[in-house]
Design a binder for this molecule. Structure first.
Ligand SMILES: NC(=O)c1ccc[n+]([C@@H]2O[C@H](COP(=O)([O-])OP(=O)(O)OC[C@H]3O[C@@H](n4cnc5c(N)ncnc54)[C@H](OP(=O)(O)O)[C@@H]3O)[C@@H](O)[C@H]2O)c1
Length: 263
């Protein structure tokens, strides 16, 4: 199996990566800090990609296109939860860029390589925190920043986009997944109590990686495309907004506008 993944350097993604390598899969990790991956394995390739930079994402995509004939599974797992307003290298609010713009851009560019595989999959790590609405008037929460709302919105966008893509590209299997509360570095910019919450209530990254691993390995005959999974099972999402596919073209349009303006 040939896997391309983001977010393989820490937490849930790192736990999944160790499993994949043990199984003998070929894994390419797009990482902002390639040196963090000190594992030595012939099956592992690390490509520098800072999702906070459209230029860096495009360079990494170029490398993948020139080195891969096909991709079986794309895992959009990288994510941030910035507790203060912060901008990417492109001047875009960081949560929106890393959690929404980057997976949309990477996936779109890699769909042709995915379609060369027999049973291609795109699996995106969303979250149980996806309530609320998509703030189309101010997607980057510039008027009034709420890290909670910005994070929830980004995870809602991933769910709606995935459902929409499953209809648009039916030759590819699409899913989002919720790993549960996991003790990782996700809340690194949060306060003492936020970090304590993840430490006290979070499961281990190895446990948190189980649904991601399940979706990667399970036959698509036993899975339902476009759906949201948790605990290795298809699950309902919490709000009507998470089923409203009319939002998806608007998200994609907003992302394209940002990419065009910054390129
Ligand atoms: N932890 C939870 O309770 C929880 C719950 C629901 C959903 N999630 C989701 O699970 C996913 C994985 O998060 P985690 O909990 O494992 O947190 P984590 O330990 O912080 O891992 C996040 C991963 O994303 C990468 N990343 C962040 N910004 C990046 C950038 N600009 N460019 C490239 N890579 C970048 C990180 O790279 P570095 O190693 O370089 O930092 C790391 O590999 C995220 O999508 C998160 O939203 C987590």
């Amino acid at each position: 199996m040939n896997i391309v993944m983001t977010g393989g350097t820490s937490g849930i993604g790192f736990a999944a990566l160790k499993h994949f390598l043990k199984q003998g899969y070929q894994v390419t990790v797009l990482a902002r800090t390639p040196d963090k991956l000190t594992i030595k394995d012939d099956k592992l390739t690390v490509i520098k990609a800072d999702l906070n930079s459209i230029k860096s994402i495009k360079e990494a995509i170029g490398i993948i296109k020139s080195t891969h004939d096909q991709i079986d599974v794309l895992l959009n797992n990288a994510g941030v939860w910035s507790f203060e307003f912060s901008e990417s290298e492109d001047g875009i609010e960081e949560i929106f860029q890393v959690n929404v713009l980057a997976p949309i851009l990477i996936t779109r560019e890699l769909v042709p390589l995915l379609k060369k595989a027999s049973f291609p999959k795109v699996i995106t790590t969303s979250s149980g925190l996806h309530q609320g609405k998509i703030n189309f008037d101010d997607l980057e929460f510039r008027k009034s920043f709420s890290s909670f709302k910005a994070y929830r919105q980004s995870k809602l966008c991933e769910i709606v986009w995935t459902r929409y893509m499953s209809k648009k590209e039916p030759d590819v299997f699409w899913a989002t997944q919720h790993p549960g509360v996991v003790n990782t570095a996700l809340a690194r910019t949060g306060g003492f109590f936020t970090k304590l919450f993840f430490r006290l209530f979070g499961k281990s990254p190895e446990k948190g990686a189980q649904t991601l691993i399940y979706l990667t390995e399970e036959s698509i005959d036993n899975l339902q495309t476009g759906e949201y999974y948790k605990n290795k099972k298809k699950a309902k999402t919490d709000t009507l907004a998470s089923y409203d596919l009319r939002a998806a073209p608007k998200i994609i349009q907003a992302v394209d506008k940002m990419i065009n303006e910054k390129s």
